[in-house]
Design a protein around this ligand. Structure first.
Ligand code: 9D3
Length: 264
């Protein structure tokens, strides 16, 4: 095992592994959804994915996490991974030769049908549809960016898909990778409880959720809407639907347009 006691469900793929080591997969993990993360910060994983539903699923072997420490693929005594942008400009660019070595090492133990994804602010925005697609595949290899980005030639050479986590500037792709894995792993068989899975399937109409309340029915003079205490399930469903539609119209005109155009 390449797991150290402190690795919390994270296996590390090192550049020095021999081909035979690369082929050895614990038999109970052979069927598991396989996440690989190429990163300068392997200690950031599993991070929050080691807790709650995703952490339980990791311990149960429903998915596995392999980190590929990019620094170990770096060149020279200082394990250099970056260089200045050709043509000039600020910052540093991840070297194509170093990234290619890390990608090739990772891909040697990955399923062929697992996509290669680069978390990048220039990517297409991540969606629930992408999470559903990933969950149908045998796994994914994720590349976390740092610095100004990755040399364009590696992106083309390996047919890498660029995916963004939204229009704001982060310091790197590690948090986006964890977001992507969280959204995907919760969709794997057996990860959600029965109640949540049923809700997942019925929640397909593309509206924001209605407000929720619990006891006490009067809190600091703020009362739960009467209809929710009425016991009239038809009226309750109608009220919730109306709330969901009003909220979507107000906050998310983009979702509201898509909702109105559904099935057309
Ligand atoms: C100067 C131009 N910057 C782009 C806005 C360069 C740059 C900033 C920050 C390049 C990379 C990063 C680090 N961000 C990510 O790696 C990243 C990211 C993000 O910043 N926002 C949303 N999604 C993502 S996915 C990866």
């Amino acid at each position: 095992m390449s797991n150290t006691p402190k690795s919390h469900g994270r296996k590390t793929i090192r550049p020095t592994l021999k081909p035979r080591d690369l082929m050895e997969q614990a038999p109970e993990l052979a069927r598991a959804w396989r996440a690989q993360v190429i990163t300068l910060f392997p200690e950031a994983f599993p991070g929050i994915l080691g807790l709650s539903l995703t952490g339980k699923a990791l311990k149960e072997g429903r998915w596995q996490l392999q980190t590929v420490p990019l620094r170990e693929f770096g060149e020279g005594k200082h394990r250099n991974v970056d260089d200045t942008p050709t043509g000039g400009g600020a910052g540093m660019v991840l070297r194509p030769d170093v990234m290619a070595a890390a990608i090739e090492t990772a891909r040697a133990t990955q399923h062929r049908a697992a996509p290669l994804i680069y978390l990048s602010p220039r990517g297409r925005p991540f969606t629930q549809g992408m999470a559903r697609d990933l969950a149908q595949r045998p796994g994914a290899t994720l590349i976390c960016g740092r610095f100004e980005g990755l040399d364009q030639r590696v992106i083309e050479q390996f047919n890498i898909t660029e995916v963004s986590m939204g229009d704001y500037v982060l310091t790197g792709g590690e948090l986006p990778a964890q977001v992507m894995l969280d959204a995907t792993v919760r969709l794997l068989p057996g990860v959600l409880g029965n109640a949540e899975s049923t809700e997942e399937e019925s929640f397909s109409d593309g509206l924001l959720e209605h407000p929720q309340y619990t006891r006490p029915s009067d809190w600091h003079g703020r009362k739960v809407p009467d209809v929710l205490l009425s016991g009239n399930h038809g009226e309750i469903a109608k009220w919730r639907r109306q709330q969901a539609e009003a909220l979507t119209q107000e906050r998310r005109p983009d979702l509201w347009e898509a909702f109105k155009n559904r099935d057309t």
